[in-house]
Write a protein that binds this ligand. Sequence first.
Ligand code: PGA
Length: 259
Amino acid sequence: MASNKRTPMIAGNWKMHLTSKEAADLAAAMKKGLDPDLKHEVLLAPTFTALHAVNAVLAGSKIFLSSQDVAWEEKGAFTGAVAPSQIKDAGCTHAIIGHSERRKIFLETDEVINKKMKAAIKANIVPVLCIGETLEERESQKTYRVLETQLVGAFAGISAAEAAKVVIAYEPVWAIGTGKTATPDQAQDAHTFVRKQMERIYGKGYADAVRILYGGSVKAENIDELMAQPDIDGALVGGESLKADKFLRVIHFQAALSR
Ligand code: PGA
């Protein structure tokens, strides 16, 4: 079981799904179904256009609001980009940064991700930094090297104090949306490696405290065994987070109330 020092976090990434109305309805169902005694953090990441509507629904609840991305500049001629202050204005406290779909489809580099990390931190937005290897990289034994490069790149020039609130999500690309979840052992192994890297960068105190979520085909059926791993501190959930009953089961994973 994860260390009691680290507050678990379960995050729903709704990707490019749902209208504002649909997102608001789903958020309302989450708010209604949440155990009032739940101690850990719950985060919803709707698409940009639904942020305002979901924020209105979440008022008075303990659920946090996140964007799925954020720009690295505050304002100006950046057509299509959304600034940290703008996501804050929409009610966000968190921003997902460096999701593998942003890396692969929108060609985001570690350098761009680093700039977004810095911009979010400066605006007091908590970055949920995503890292993870592709199937090809795993099969050619490059997993550790890829994770190390992504971590070093993302945290370049960021002090331990600035990095304090960052949440890391380990999401093996081959497990995202494929139904092929990493086994609890595979995930635990990668999380241990990530924690070791963070110790190397910022020291043991930081590494012990940083939360590392697992993402990639997390389901109501596999969350309990994933959360039973000592270095898995939560989950970043895509497809399953679009179904209220299933996602509520993920949020209320076994032992959630006793942590
Ligand atoms: P998935 O997506 O749960 O649908 O695999 C996870 C993610 O991309 O964050």
